[in-house]
Design a protein around this ligand. Structure first.
Ligand SMILES: Nc1ncnc2c1ncn2[C@@H]1O[C@H](COP(=O)(O)OP(=O)(O)OP(=O)(O)O)[C@@H](O)[C@H]1O
Ligand SMILES: [Mg+2]
Length: 459
């Protein structure tokens, strides 16, 4: 070795040995980097593995909250993965300070280059990959606070909340063909229903009860854990057509910010497929089975007939009540996290008692004909009025007739879509109410006559 080289070698060695101690004196800061997961280098002819780098996204979401708070000057904006939002982050090289329990920490955005990572270089591809990182710098004395206990979990939790609030919600429907294990059980569209509990017409006290129930469920994680119950809740909505069952479900989903999985049971071939599609639902969702009395052939004869039918039509459904019950009771509890299951029906008396016994359906909600209170909500929705000279007449008639909110809504909608103003809409409604009252009277008279005739015959 030339002396110069020798010196350099020694010097390097010295640096390596003492670098840490030196650094500690000069630079008492430590940092953590949270990087985007690299795309897999090779996929071996399979579908590329979908990497979900949840942590990075959570941190970024957290920072997009923090950044807008602080006055970092140079920001970078990217379109959010879902929805129209922007993810704001600091530009490379800028620091943004965050405070937690009186301790200041700094975040910065950096791009690192990974060295070759033991992949196959024979084809001459360099494996150097650029990776975006969020780097957190903090004083070494706060290592515990950051790593073990509090800060990073806090960041992730908060980030998750922000992501959750900003995401587009989805309405899933189940697919028919689940033959291959690759086939997807669900397809989805964005769920964009405008209904809220505010615009839902029903008795205010009962509405409040339902909203409170939902809130208690959402905030009930600790409770469910403590009593050792799966974190789920079952609702059965029943009532005549047009009383707002489907509308109520949209309001629930909007209130809770949950996704909806709309299960079409007739598309599910057998209990196995049912289990599979239900396992593949995510947390914070409503699993909905509409018109359960129509879509589920309960037990006995019809099930046997269906089994026979399946010989000819392999897609005929053989889902049974017991399959569904097994799911609700057994598997369901294995899926520990936040799910609501909702059944709807027009005929609660037709349902098998096993399905609606306590413990399976936690709450039965009857959606009934339009009351005067419900009418007022609809008048506010459709006509934007709180009072009208005809309200008194509506109140008088509506008590006596069975009219669904859907029918009332139709009359009121004339104001917007027809050539009429609100007066005409109200009069239309009064006319409809009177007609119904008349019809009801005629029907009642006929029934009374028939009863009298029957009594006479018996005599
Ligand atoms: N309680 C209500 N509040 C507000 N709008 C309602 C209400 N009930 C019905 N409507 C209106 O009537 C339409 C039909 O209601 P919806 O589809 O919710 O009835 P449903 O109870 O699900 O009926 P079905 O049993 O036939 O499924 C809705 O689009 C909505 O505009
Ligand atoms: Mg419906």
């Amino acid at each position: 070795y030339a002396p110069r080289q020798l010196f350099q070698t020694y010097f390097n060695l010295f640096l390596r040995r003492h670098a840490r101690r030196l650094l500690n004196v000069v630079d008492p800061y430590a940092f953590v980097e949270i990087a985007v997961c690299p795309a897999p280098a090779q996929t071996y002819g399979l579908q590329p593995v979908a990497f979900t780098d949840a942590t990075f996204e959570e941190v970024q979401a957290y920072l997009s909250g923090t950044c807008s708070r602080e006055d970092a000057r140079e920001l970078r904006a990217e379109g959010a993965k879902h929805g129209d939002g922007l993810v704001i982050s600091v530009k490379d090289g800028e620091d943004v300070a965050d405070e937690f329990r009186g301790v200041t920490l700094w975040w910065s955005s950096v791009t690192t280059v990974d060295g070759p990572t033991g992949g196959n270089h024979a084809n001459g591809n360099s494996n150097n990959q650029e990776r975006r990182c969020q780097r957190l710098t903090f004083h070494k004395r706060h290592r515990r606070l950051v790593m073990d206990d509090e800060y990073l979990p806090h960041v992730r939790r908060r980030g998750r909340e922000i992501l959750f609030a900003n995401r587009r919600r989805r309405l899933y429907t189940n697919n028919r063909n689940l033959d291959s294990y690759m086939s997807k059980p669900w397809s989805y569209v964005d769920f964009d229903h405008p209904t809220t509990f505010e615009t839902l017409a029903m008795d205010p006290a009962r509405k409040k009860e339902i909203v409170d129930d939902l809130d208690a469920f959402r905030n009930g994680e600790e409770y469910y854990k403590r009593v050792g119950k799966a974190w789920k809740r079952g609702y059965l909505l029943h009532g005549p057509p047009g009383t707002g069952k489907s509308t109520m479900i949209a309001a629930m989903a909007n209130h809770l910010k949950y996704d909806i999985y709309d299960v079409e049971l007739t598309m599910v071939r057998n209990n196995n497929d049912l289990r599979r599609i239900l396992i593949e639902t995510t947390s914070k969702s409503i699993i909905l089975i509409e018109h359960i009395d129509c879509s589920l052939d309960l037990t006995g004869e019809r099930a046997k007939k269906k089994a026979a039918a399946q010989l000819y039509d392999p897609y005929a459904s053989t889902v049974t009540l017991s399959g569904l019950l097994n799911f609700i009771d057994g598997l369901w509890s294995a899926l520990g996290s936040e799910r609501i299951v909702v059944f709807t029906t027009n005929h609660i008396d037709k349902l098998d008692p096993a399905l609606i016994r306590r413990g399976r359906m936690d709450k039965k909600i009857e959606m009934s004909y339009c009351s005067f209170d419900a009418f007022k909500t609809l008048a506010k929705n459709y006509l934007d009025i709180d009072a009208h000279r005809l309200f008194g007449a509506v109140e008088e008639h509506i008590r006596e007739v069975e009219i669904t909110p859907a029918d009332v809504a139709e009359c009121l909608m004339e104001a917007k879509h027809g050539r009429y103003g609100e007066d005409a809409s109200m009069e239309l409604l009064i006319g409809e109410l009177k007609k119904k009252r008349e019809e009801a009277k005629v029907a009642a008279d006929a029934a009374a006559k028939a009863a009298a005739a029957a009594a006479k015959r018996e005599k």
